[in-house]
Design a protein around this ligand. Structure first.
Ligand SMILES: Nc1nc2c(c(=O)[nH]1)N[C@@H](CNc1ccc(C(=O)N[C@@H](CCC(=O)N[C@@H](CCC(=O)N[C@@H](CCC(=O)O)C(=O)O)C(=O)O)C(=O)O)cc1)CN2
Ligand code: MET
Ligand SMILES: [Zn+2]
Length: 764
């Protein structure tokens, strides 16, 4: 069989670019479409404008507009959803014709659900704070390529605008590895057949290269056993490579190391493989021998963090790869730039020195180009890279002896509390809670009034005193609402927090925050990850006044609310010059002081959220234990200064808990609330089997959807939980905080939650 020939792969490229827009244009366009303020055409026009801007901008930054160097990787909501839709993998319950192009209302319905239909499940994308929609692929799910799909339309749009792009889709192995349903892998051949049609259509429209993202191949955390994954990669790419008329195939493996799967892919007939050389290693000579003639795309610029690249070190590795590999070597980012903000140039409020250490998406394009040009041609960039690294190493605040002395003096005793049953007795005596206590996870709806007040304070339009009054007014309203609803453990509602991590980062030393550094978390929702650049300490209490005020308004217990060390690290850009465990200890000690101050203010229940505990779990099994050791230890360090009669809660969400069940137990919290509603409480028996004996609050209300759960539904969920754990262990709460919900559904749902609890209590 004659191999198709393909134009040379571009020397410099990126694996993807942020699609939300430098001022979150896509967010605004989506949200106004969803609210009915604008039409589908308005949304499509806004998106086309963003894509046009991206192509022009990347061209201006120096990527070649003619040789497939510019990726076309747009998605209205999520790239996994968009790929699933392109191959027609749409669950029947949505009543959508999977063989035709989907409209944006239906596309949105898959992501968001509606009154009758539950949306696709949302979960974490590898070890990032990005969330994808879980494809549902069972034996009967339709799988057929939809002609004129997103990747083709986007390629054609760019071509007509004079830019020859490289379409990016999620690869077949990753799509199935992430899917739920009975044995998704059994559908591999049909899925590959659908992708073959995509390849043919792309070739017909003139595409020369296509990128398949296959991050599942760098992980062994998935549900598919390693051998099967390797075999699937082999089968899928042999078949794709055998497609008669097709573009060149680049398989990208971001977030880790392909290991033995590199040789597997190399043997399939694909033309190019992109390696994450930030997280992974250069393949050994034996593996490279099998890749002779292939293009290797060296991911040397970190797509997942914001520090400027050490260009000399990267150039040295590039040279090593060029020497060892018999074939072309290109330069790229290690991952899509989806995880970093657009540009440092917008951050005019950052201290100049810190700013000089950073590279966001646009600056990373410059680094890729400098590496491609080499140390001589790009002498200035190389010199600057050296200067800023030296400057960073010696800058004040990066290393603080007071902070290092305190972490250096820690002992095992600092992570131990009194015996759990003694604690439980002391807490019950103090709190006197009914069986099945009801509570919420912390935040109440973030209204536009609150966000506006924060924006006004930032611009100096209202004073700090006026802002404080707005927040106190909201706290009083939220306390009154919870009292009226009859909840048992109240919260202040977190109205003062722009974000559960950024809020703390703004109050801790060692962090900086950005003005425009928005990064997509899911759909239209974004965060501005903080930058943890130096040693961390707490100059003053951070939450005590708000909590004390809330507690002064009620006789019921009010839960203090903190974000845990692991989550603060996971949702920030963290310094790369100190082991994560040491950074976590610094953050934990700051939180430990906050716990002590909350206790001092008379607060008897304190929740330390760790929703990101699972997120940072390494993608390779042999690294799990070391991670769980430091992460669990840092949580315990933050919380174990609490007196026995202080009830410590924790909260986890947004993931499959299976692999971290023992770690959840290891956190040692008196009460643990977890997301559970969509999975019908399956985590409760898992915890019970693992011997978990402290309080459990499995979520009974899926707060990611506007649907109000009925009283009967909640009674049913509580019944399932009670089948696995004794009543005295069970708490009743929603899946997560309510900040993204409105007040109507919040009030109605909490009313049903309390009514259901009363019904179940009466039957105990
Ligand atoms: N960091 C983080 N990661 C997380 C979560 C989380 O809560 N935080 N939760 C999980 C799910 N992910 C989520 C991520 C974002 C949001 C979210 O609601 N984000 C908000 C922004 C939150 C925020 O930073 N708000 C700021 C800024 C708000 C804003 O847009 N201000 C306007 C002006 C406002 C006005 O005039 O009305 C502006 O700057 O232009 C504030 O409240 O102060 C959004 O996209 O809309 C929710 C969940 C997992 N990962
Ligand atoms: C993503 S976990 C959120 C926990 C936080 N306390 C809240 O209620 O919003
Ligand atoms: Zn949560």
């Amino acid at each position: 069989m004659s191999q198709p020939t393909h134009p040379t792969f571009p020397a410099a490229t990126i694996l993807g670019y942020p699609r939300i827009g430098p001022r979150r244009e896509l967010k605004r366009a989506l949200e106004s479409f969803w609210s009915g303020t604008t039409t589908e055409t308005d949304l499509a026009t806004a998106a086309a404008g963003l894509r046009e801007r991206t192509r022009t901008h990347l061209t201006d930054l120096g990527l070649d507009p003619q040789t497939a160097a510019i990726p076309s990787d747009f998605s209205y909501y999520d790239q996994v959803l968009s790929t699933a839709v392109a191959v027609g993998a749409i669950p029947e319950r949505f009543g959508i014709d999977a063989s035709a192009s989907i409209n944006l209302a239906d596309y949105s319905r898959l992501a968001r659900g509606d009154a009758e239909t539950a949306p696709l499940e949302l979960t974490k994308w590898f070890d990032t704070n990005y969330h994808y929609l879980v494809p549902e692929i069972g034996p009967d799910t339709p799988l057929q390529y939809v002609p004129g799909s997103g990747p083709v339309a986007e390629f054609v749009e760019a071509k007509e605008a004079g830019v020859h792009t490289r379409p990016v889709v999620v690869g077949p192995v990753t799509l199935l590895a992430l899917a739920k349903g009975t044995d998704p892998l059994a559908r591999l051949d049909e899925l590959v057949a659908a992708f073959q049609k995509l390849l043919v259509e792309l070739a017909e429209t003139g595409a020369t290269w296509v990128q398949f993202d296959e991050p599942a191949l760098v992980s062994d955390n998935g549900t598919i056993p390693a051998a099967q994954l390797n075999d699937a990669a082999d089968r899928a790419y042999r078949a794709l490579a055998a497609t008669a008329d097709r573009p060149g195939i680049l398989v990208a493996a971001p977030y880790g190391d392909l290991r033995e799967r590199f040789a597997t892919l190399a043997g399939t007939g694909v033309e190019a493989i992109a390696l994450d050389l930030v997280k992974g290693e250069i393949p050994d000579d034996g593996a490279l021998a099998q890749a002779r003639g292939l293009t290797l795309v060296a991911g040397l610029v970190d797509g997942h963090n914001v520090w400027r690249t050490d260009l000399h070190a990267a150039a040295e590795r590039l040279q090593r790869l060029r020497t060892a590999h018999d074939g072309p070597v290109s330069v790229a980012t290690s991952t899509s730039l989806l995880h970093v903000p657009h540009t440092v140039a917008d951050e005019t409020d950052l201290p100049e020195q810190l700013r000089s250490w950073l590279a966001f998406a646009d600056e990373k394009v410059g680094e890729v180009l400098a590496l491609t040009a080499g140390p001589e041609a790009a002498a200035e960039a190389f010199a600057a890279s050296r200067t800023v690294r030296a400057d960073r190493a010696s800058a004040p605040g990066v290393r603080r002896e007071d902070v290092r002395r305190r972490t250096g003096a820690l002992t095992a005793a600092d992570t131990e509390r009194a015996d759990a049953s003694a604690r439980a007795a002391a807490q019950q005596e103090r709190l006197n809670l009914p069986p099945l206590p009801t509570t919420t996870i912390g935040s109440f709806p973030q209204t536009s009034d609150l966000r506006r007040a924060r924006a006004q304070r930032r611009k100096g339009e209202i004073s700090d005193e006026q802002y404080t009054e707005v927040i106190r007014g909201e706290i009083a309203r939220v306390i009154e609402l919870q009292t009226e609803l009859g909840l048992d453990v109240l919260v202040h509602g977190e109205p003062e927090r722009n974000d559960m991590v950024q809020y703390f980062a703004e109050l801790l030393d060692g962090f900086a925050v950005t003005q425009h550094g928005w990064v997509q978390s899911y759909g239209s929702r974004c965060t501005r990850p903080s930058i943890l650049w130096g040693d961390v300490s707490r100059p003053a209490p951070m939450t005590v006044e708000w909590t004390r005020y809330a507690a002064s308004l009620t006789g019921k217990p009010v839960k203090g609310m903190l974000t845990g060390p692991v989550t603060i690290l996971a949702w920030s850009f963290v310094r790369d010059d100190l082991p994560l465990g040491e950074v976590a200890d610094q953050v934990a000690l700051a939180l430990r002081d906050e716990v002590a101050d909350l206790e001092g203010a008379g607060i008897g229940v304190i929740q330390v959220d760790e929703p990101a505990l699972r997120e940072l779990l390494p993608l390779r099994a042999e690294q799990h234990q070391a991670y769980l050791d430091w992460s669990v230890r840092s949580f315990r360090l933050a919380t174990s200064g609490a007196a026995p009669h202080t009830q410590v809660h924790t909260h986890l969400c947004y993931s499959e808990f299976g692999e971290v069940i023992d770690a959840i137990d290891g956190l040692g919290a008196d009460v643990t609330s977890l997301e559970a509603a969509r999975s019908a409480m399956e985590v409760v028996p898992e915890l019970a089997q693992a011997g978990f004996s402290r309080g459990i609050g499995p979520g009974v209300w899926d707060i990611h959807s506007p649907r109000v759960p009925s009283t009967e539904e909640i009674v049913d969920l509580l019944g399932r939980a009670l089948a696995a754990v004794p009543a005295q262990q069970l708490w009743v709460n929603p899946d997560c905080g309510l900040k993204t919900r409105g007040y109507d559904e919040t009030t109605a749902s909490l009313r049903n939650l309390v009514a259901a609890t009363e019904r179940v209590r009466a039957a105990l």
